[in-house]
Design a protein around this ligand. Sequence first.
Ligand code: FES
Ligand code: FE2
Length: 443
Amino acid sequence: MPDDTKLEPHGRWDVLTATGAGTPMGQLLRRYWWPIAGASEFDRPGTKPVRLMGEDLVLYKDLGGAYGLLDRHCRHRRADLSYGYVEECGLRCNYHGWLYDEAGRCLAQPYEDVAHPEARLKDEIRIKAYPVAELGGLLWAYLGPQPAPLVPDWEFFSWPNGFRQIVLAEIPCNWFQCQENSIDPVHFEWTHSNWSVRLAGATGPYTPQHVKVDFSEFEYGFQYKRIRTDTTAEDRLWTVGRVCLWPNALFTGNHIEFRVPVDDENTLSVMWHFSRVPREREPYVQNRIPTWQGPIADPQTGRWITSHVMNQDFVTWVGQGRVADRSQEYLAPSDRGIVMIRRRFLTDLEAIRDGRDPKAVVRDPEVNRAIALPVAERKNFIEGFNRADIMRDPFSRRNLQGYIFQIGQPAEVREAFLAAMGFSEAELEPEPRLFDPLAPAPR
Ligand code: FES
Ligand SMILES: [Fe+2]
């Protein structure tokens, strides 16, 4: 890889990390829909302050059930609309009562409407407004040029018989170094498997080592593949692998992790997780997908939390700096996939300059029906397992014993999960400290 990158001038990648509206990547990334919240955060109508690609916004659900995403600041004298109150239609500023709808129109200016009705001042008022869509229990925002593409309807959103949960976390670093982790197979061995051994106080044995990795592009992203000393080219981690989903996520089969740029120095991690219920629990229909916020720092020590899979990832990302300085890195052969996605973004910058759509923008409603993706363990998610099989398999059992991916799962989500799966806490042993995220699932 060093030979390959001699041609890359220092600073070549700098363009990839700036997401503001006036920047090349800011314009590119605005061609995609971004998950910004869980719909279950709006069980009751209200507001949520949102910052996305450096833009301060307010997301709301009005009393009539419509979602809107507006400028955070009122068009009148700039009060913070996240403190506004929702009406049957729209969001009202808590300062002088101006009322806006989801298209950014001003529906009412209470004083002016009464004192100067003939002026109809409100007709000329517009506040910045972006479209919001709901899919898979997530709320999505689109900040780009019209016509907006479709929110991609990935197949897993409609897989039956699953308990889903959404986990949010605020990560104080640039989104792109988080997304580079979506095409980094070797880190599993060191960041998760082996580090977990060491964190548990043991010095071994370490997990089987990666001996070969490969990367390939497909329509909706990239696949990465691995062979470890305990697997062969027959293994689905080589024949199918995992998916770096374009432009902003890692998809492993049972979960997808979106990296959403808050601004150039902060990222919202949005985890969407699917747990297949045992066959005995079919048909299972989930009426509400819970959303919860996971902490990343230990308030006692001020250090990052290291106990859970994604928390371990967060440690590596923030450790690279607020915006990783790519002029100081030394890329190695395991980074080939990272170079591939960087180059793909550079190519897409040219595409939008030429007036073309970038990669993986979906506009055809016929295409946008449960879009199929490579899934190594597809059979497991579709067909599921019997209760007894799950209890027999250490990896499946471990996923029942506690939420291994992020710390901070609220008790009510844990209860809802156990109820969906049909297990009681008493049947399950305490959460083990050691685990290998690459351990094969039962077949
Ligand atoms: S500042 Fe919002 S109505 Fe006056
Ligand atoms: Fe990871």
